[in-house]
Ligand binder design. Sequence first.
Ligand SMILES: C[S@@+](CC[C@H](N)C(=O)[O-])C[C@H]1O[C@@H](n2cnc3c(N)ncnc32)[C@H](O)[C@@H]1O
Length: 268
Amino acid sequence: MKRLPMKPNYKNWIPKGMVCGAAAGSVVFLALTLVIGLTGLISNNTWKVVLTILFAADTLVFAVATLWMLLMYRAFSYNGRRQMSRHIIDGVASYVTLPLGGRGLDVGCGSGALTIAVAKRNLQASMTGIDRWGLEYSSYSQQLCEDNARAEGVTNVDFAKGDALRLDFADETFDAVTSNYVYHNIPSRDRQAILMETLRVLKRGGIFAIHDIFSRQKYGDMQAFVKKLKDLGYEQVELIPTDKSRFMSAWEARWMALGGSAILVGKK
Ligand SMILES: C[S@@+](CC[C@H](N)C(=O)[O-])C[C@H]1O[C@@H](n2cnc3c(N)ncnc32)[C@H](O)[C@@H]1O
């Protein structure tokens, strides 16, 4: 018989593999710096000295990257003191209310944290989480989401493989759509088109709460997008910054490269 997980494990937005890769890079370049540097000094070889300087610079870059990722890993962790991911997930979930018997969609659900948080707040309805899984976030999977739901005692959820760029649902299927820190990860020249694809599957009258890094560089002119939605008849459309105190301090947003984080909310 399969053992049930005692506690949910939502993993970390900074994959452990990335931290280990950067740490391994630091160690390799440090070793090269020491070996080539020492032999260069002994043999008085100019090329070896130049190489040593380059390897030392690489060591520094990898060491700084490792430290940066470790600090973010600690801040995001669901077990640490800051628990920033939990705070953001709860904050986004608080914007999603489903009607009796309604159905919501979480795009790019990862380890299921937001899907489950919304489902917990909306026991009268159900949530579907979709993700393409298996690429950069290799520890996230459908099985992990289902284990987490079981560990939380949540039954009004289901999970499936899917692509945010082409959602496998008919127009106007869901009563609410939500997403957290997904679309900025997707290589695209037109992320506003990804938002429109999400809104395509939302029913008229349904609500949306999409949290991401809505910087101009990643999304283009979001104020124009808000106006476009209003012109299309969407109501109460707002782009609420979350990087100035709502979900994180301005200082955290800066050092974590999360500046421009905001939640796009409204009603179709
Ligand atoms: C930073 S994680 C966020 C996970 C989750 N939303 C959360 O808040 O914990 C980004 C997620 O987006 C997913 N993702 C990236 N591109 C996607 C795509 N085209 N379609 C569906 N999911 C995607 C990744 O697999 C990953 O699980």
